[in-house]
Design a protein around this ligand. Structure first.
Ligand code: CP
Ligand code: NVA
Length: 315
């Protein structure tokens, strides 16, 4: 049976720990010059209806390093953009490709595509979720700290696709997560409820609030993302810049956290908006390691979904 990654909750804690182990192995193998062409002869389609720097490049490079062949498919050049249905497109993809990565607006569209496709589908960001990002973030924290046990994360800013994915990731991994957003910009209510439910079993502590200072107190990680996500530029930018003014991750907010707090951002960053240049470029920032880890974790994801024997390959 094929497996998809459409939201973080498609994985359990054991799967995520396996991804960490394999990403660490693949990262080390690259440094040591050990070849790992485990996807030789396989082809990955990559549909992008939105801009991307990190996600596109890391999937494309990752697929090449694994010996496979990535095909970048610009959304507006596909017949989908001229009305070919999602289901028909999914059937066609399944006849040519071994797996598909898609970045688009609607989560429902990705869910529909995956339900019709007979190949694994990976969500490379929708308005609702960004699972690959959060898996790389969790891997980065585990790499820096040795484990995720007892780690407290404060997410400050917009309750967007990244915040929604953080809720699922932290609850599955049994972490402590405080999400601070202005009123009216909270994460999705159904996702929050589902994270709370997962937390009851995993022992995670999940809280949503409006006060960024309360969120960062005692935190090991302060995380933020843009205040204006892709698709919101034209009609929401002005009101958002006003609404989020007190949610900037800057020296003042950092001073309320532990002195060794790690600053994370999925990037692209907007210095002077959601994060100050001092915080992004300062000694607490781990954003470049975080961005690099997109490559290693996504290679592990590709192996998990594209090699039926992945767990034998990397036990
Ligand atoms: N963080 C992230 O997904 O970056 P891109 O939009 O550049 O892919
Ligand atoms: N929330 C941002 C994430 C970019 C990687 C967006 O959707 O534009």
């Amino acid at each position: 049976m094929k497996r998809d990654l459409l939201r973080v909750a498609d994985l359990n804690r054991t799967d995520i720990e396996w991804l960490f182990k394999v990403a660490a192995r693949l990262k080390k193998e690259r440094i040591e010059g050990v070849s790992h062409r485990h996807l030789e002869g396989k082809t990955l389609g990559m549909v992008f209806h939105k801009s991307s720097t990190r996600t596109r490049i890391s999937f494309e490079v990752g697929m090449v390093q694994l010996g496979g062949h990535p095909i970048f498919l610009e959304g507006k050049r596909l017949q989908m953009s001229r009305g070919e249905t999602v289901a028909d497109t999914a059937r066609i993809f399944s006849r040519y490709l071994d797996a598909l990565v898609i970045r688009t607006y609607s989560q429902a569209e990705v869910d529909e595509l995956a339900s019709v496709a007979t190949i694994p589908v990976i969500n490379a960001l929708t308005d609702m979720f960004h699972p690959c990002q959060i898996l790389a973030d969790l891997f980065t924290i585990a790499e820096k700290r040795g484990s995720l046990d007892g780690v407290r994360v404060a997410y400050v800013g917009d309750g967007n696709n990244v915040a929604n994915s953080w809720l699922l990731g932290a609850s599955i991994m049994g972490m402590s997560l405080c999400v601070a957003t202005p009123k009216g910009y909270e994460p999705d209510s159904e996702v929050t409820a589902s994270a709370m439910k997962i937390a009851e079993k995993s022992g995670a502590k999940i809280a949503t609030m409006t006060d960024p200072v309360e969120a960062v107190r005692g935190a090991d990680v302060i995380y933020t993302d843009t205040w204006i996500s892709m698709g919101q530029e034209d009609d929401q930018a002005d009101e958002r810049l006003v609404a989020f003014e007190d949610y900037r991750v800057d020296e003042k907010l950092l001073s309320k956290a532990k002195s060794d707090v790690m600053v994370m951002h999925c990037l692209p960053a907007h210095r002077g908006e959601e994060i100050s240049a001092e915080a992004l470029d300062g000694p607490n920032s781990i954003v470049w390691d975080e961005a690099e880890n997109r490559l290693h974790i996504q290679k592990a994801i590709l192996l998990m979904l594209m090699r039926g024997d992945a767990k034998t390959l990397y036990p």
